[in-house]
Design a protein around this ligand. Structure first.
Ligand SMILES: Cc1cc2nc3c(=O)[nH]c(=O)nc-3n(C[C@H](O)[C@H](O)[C@H](O)COP(=O)(O)OP(=O)(O)OC[C@H]3O[C@@H](n4cnc5c(N)ncnc54)[C@H](O)[C@@H]3O)c2cc1C
Length: 436
């Protein structure tokens, strides 16, 4: 194996793979490597999410401008890419419902944000309960925001396809390989793999999802941040419920500053239906099982007690919300009750099969506050993307193009041909759209 690379990307999730896609189209001569510890790309969060291409109505355009912009353009990019690669993309919309007057006020705000973030009049519509009842008779609510420009995909399939495209452009993917340490040596970074052998790179991009903080800390960056992991669990609905609604249904989150959204009624791209996700605190970014959580319990608790997370875990409101989520993990009925509030016909006894859980890692600052936006940090040899949470999969393509462009502009990682074509797009056109 070659031991010297120009760029190493840590993490073969949708983010690392999308970055490799753009970098490889813009750089024919650079040696680019993606390192992924799992046996396939998108094995963790990118392949374990709700599969929605989210319209950007949930995001305050002033506070989350980049996420809103990338989500908006992500929709048209995934649509085009799916068509090109013959992968499923369903324009199936989403309905956000309010269960009281306070919630309806929030929907009015979402309508405004959605339009500020680029949605057109025909993409999004506020409805009262009687108007919605005519379209979706099973839904019980006070008000609804019908968002037509929202879609469903399979992000695992999309990530695999981007990997194939990147490989054709010369990128190497090293699977089943964990980055175990990173050291600066003679103007390069020396990366130890699986605790056994070493490679060198001129530049490193950290897209390690739930371990992005650990990789940043490894090179002495972002020491003031820590993270907390939340497992999002799903239940599969039986066939008899598959026509309950025409569209996926979300409810207005009661505590938007915390990563606790109420579970949704989800129609996946293949037509199957699920309920979820909740957000159960766990002790590892891979804490799907009891064994993994027991193994990571002591180190994670010690880490939290010695960081800003200490304030979070002793916060009364956080504790109450976390207990609620734990209850909905231990009791199927408790979880399904949360969706029954707006879909009363669902009977928990008819639901018996669990879906695939996915884990989100939310970053906490030194004051114990959840950081609402993505965090971008760098030194002269590395660039780190932390807190890349929902709607991260939706925005992964335009966000990655934006990162590659910023690296070029700041001189951290100059690309050979910044105007190159990248599959069905001109790189410059994507970057221009995000700027405007
Ligand atoms: C329950 C849930 C539902 C969601 N639903 C949606 C949705 O409907 N729509 C949407 O747009 N977004 C959704 N999201 C968010 C979205 O899934 C994420 O923002 C996105 O997948 C993050 O991608 P990533 O590549 O950064 O992370 P990941 O997919 O986690 O990839 C990071 C990769 O890095 C690897 N890695 C880490 N450390 C190392 C190391 N040391 N060595 C080698 N490899 C390493 C990991 O194995 C992992 O595969 C959801 C998230 C969750 C948790």
């Amino acid at each position: 194996m070659v031991h010297n690379f120009d760029v190493v990307i840590v993490g073969g999730g949708i983010l690392g793979t999308s970055i490799s896609y753009f970098l490889s189209h813009l750089n024919k001569l650079k040696k680019i490597l993606v390192i992924e510890q799992a046996h396939s790309v998108a094995f963790h969060t990118s392949g374990r999410n709700t599969g929605k291409v989210h319209a950007p109505y949930l995001y305050n355009p002033e506070k989350k401008r980049l996420f809103a912009k990338t989500a908006f353009h992500g929709y048209e990019m995934w649509e085009k890419y799916s068509e090109l690669r013959k992968l499923p993309f369903k324009k199936d919309g989403v309905i956000e419902v309010s269960l009281d007057d306070k919630g309806t006020k929030v929907l009015e705000r979402y309508l405004k944000w959605g339009k500020q973030n680029g949605l057109e009049e025909e993409d999004i519509k506020l409805m009262d309960k009687s108007e919605l009842k005519k379209i979706e008779p099973e839904i019980k609510c006070e008000g609804a925001l019908y968002v037509y420009r929202d879609g469903s995909v399979d992000y695992s399939l999309l990530t695999h396809s981007l990997m194939e495209d990147s490989i054709k452009q010369g990128v190497k993917f090293l699977l089943d390989t964990k980055v175990s340490s990173i050291r600066k040596e003679k103007g390069k970074l020396k990366i130890e793999l699986n605790g056994e052998h070493e490679i060198f790179t001129r530049f490193l991009i950290n897209a390690a999802g739930g371990q992005a903080i650990d990789i940043a800390h490894e090179v002495g960056i972002g020491k003031n941040f820590t993270d907390v992991h939340f497992r999002g669990e799903y239940w599969k609905a039986p066939k008899e419920y598959h026509n309950l609604t025409k569209t996926s249904v979300y409810s207005v989150p009661e505590f938007p500053d915390y990563p606790f959204l109420d579970p949704h009624w989800i129609i996946r791209v293949d037509g199957s239906c699920e309920i979820g996700p909740n957000a159960v605190p766990v002790f590892s970014p891979y804490g799907y099982s009891k064994e993994e959580n027991i193994k990571e319990f002591i180190p994670k608790v010690l880490e939290m007690l010695n960081s800003g997370a200490r304030k979070t875990i002793f916060n009364r409101q956080f504790q109450e919300l976390a207990i609620n989520e734990i209850q909905s993990s231990m009791s199927k009925t408790a979880m399904i009750e949360r969706v029954k509030r707006f879909l009363p016909r669902i009977d928990a006894n008819r639901i018996t099969v669990k879906g695939t859980a996915g884990i989100r890692s939310s970053v906490i600052d030194e004051d114990g506050k959840f950081v609402p936006d993505v965090i971008l940090l760098n030194d002269e040899r590395s660039f780190h993307i932390l807190n890349y949470n929902s709607p991260g999969a939706t925005g992964a393509l335009p966000f990655s193009a934006h990162i590659v462009n910023s690296l070029n502009q700041t001189g951290l990682l100059e690309s050979e041909d910044i105007n190159a074509s990248c599959g069905p797009w001109k790189f410059g056109d994507i970057v221009e759209k995000i700027k405007n």
